[in-house]
Write a protein that binds this ligand. Sequence first.
Ligand code: FAD
Length: 117
Amino acid sequence: RRAKQCPVDKDELGRSTWNLLHTMAAYYPEKPSIDEKKNMESTLTSLSKTYPCSYCADDFRKDLKVHPPKLENRSELSKWMCEMHNRVNEKLGKDIFDCTKVKERWLDGWKDGSCDP
Ligand code: FAD
């Protein structure tokens, strides 16, 4: 019998959101159109206003002002997202992620094959 499901807490919400954000960056076009750039920008801006952890959202909005998203192409956005996440990691005293590994983590899977089906 399955356990009853419960509302998400702040950490589960964070993990789910990072899953979405890094995967969106991993699949962002190599050569985005003006419209694709605008859509990504407004997604991030809107999320920073609607994210359902108010003090997280406050910092997220401040961070976007100081570090506007790099929308030129997939690798720029993926790197920007990694750095954004690292600023949150730093604030929370978590390990800093090596941004040269972002493609393996969020697109290709690890070189040792551990993510292969
Ligand atoms: P997460 O930080 O959720 O990371 C999930 C996975 O992403 C990791 O296991 C790792 O494989 C990978 N990863 C880690 N760092 C990076 C990186 N830099 N680049 C790419 N991949 C990476 N929580 C608070 O308590 N206070 C806040 O103010 C706050 N602000 C947040 C703002 C935003 C925009 C978001 C999305 C979340 C925020 N959170 C905040 C939640 C917090 O970031 C974590 O999601 C939560 O603490 C759970 O952490 P975790 O250790 O499970 O891993």
